[in-house]
Design a protein around this ligand. Structure first.
Ligand code: SF4
Length: 180
């Protein structure tokens, strides 16, 4: 496992990540409270994507999926903002994170074809999700968010060597891949 993780870490660096850590899957908790936050639909994606609740999976189905893994890698992008209203900076950091994460997933998939990826925010592979009129266009590539599984990002990163808050005028995006 150690060597396989080191290899995943090297790929994370190659993909542009500065923040990454070993993910001990036994620390991950799937919480109904997080799913309730999805249901509040502040992001507008609840019931609007195959990768988001309720379509992605129930809490129990998520537990079942995760139960097949023991370890993975968690990666973060930390964006520096001019101030807390720097929306351009926020979007730029999100875009960079997604770009790096897609690159990492492509690399990891070659070595870990059965991996389970969880991203930051809803799946944006298609400009407009086909939900609910037609099946997902890329079922093997769709990415549900960490929160869609019911995971509190703060809890996951703090139990796995990373931070949730990197200080004033920063924003952190977090994704992970369960690998083995
Ligand atoms: S791959 Fe496309 S159709 Fe499938 S969940 Fe993502 S955005 Fe929706």
């Amino acid at each position: 496992m150690e060597e396989a993780y080191k290899n995943a870490e090297e790929l994370a660096v190659e993909s542009g990540f500065e923040y990454y850590h070993f993910l001990d899957v036994s620390t991950i908790q799937l919480l109904p409270e997080v799913r309730q936050m999805c249901e509040a639909n502040t992001c507008g994606k609840y019931g609007a994507s195959w990768a988001c609740p309720p379509a992605c999976c129930s809490l129990e189905e998520g537990r079942e999926k995760i139960s097949h893994y023991r370890w993975g890698i968690v990666v973060q992008t930390v964006g520096q903002l001019e101030d807390s209203l720097d929306f351009e900076g926020i979007m730029e950091a999100e875009e960079t994170h997604k770009e790096h994460f897609h690159d990492l997933m492509d690399k990891l998939r070659e070595q870990f074809p059965g991996m389970l990826a969880m991203g930051a925010g809803t799946c944006t592979i298609c400009a407009k999700c086909s939900y609910p009129d037609a099946p997902c266009r890329f079922p093997d590539r769709q990415i549900s968010s960490v929160e869609a599984f019911g995971i509190l990002v703060n809890d996951m990163v703090s139990k796995n060597g990373l931070k949730y808050n990197y200080g004033p005028n920063t924003i952190a995006y977090t994704s992970c891949c369960l690998l083995g």
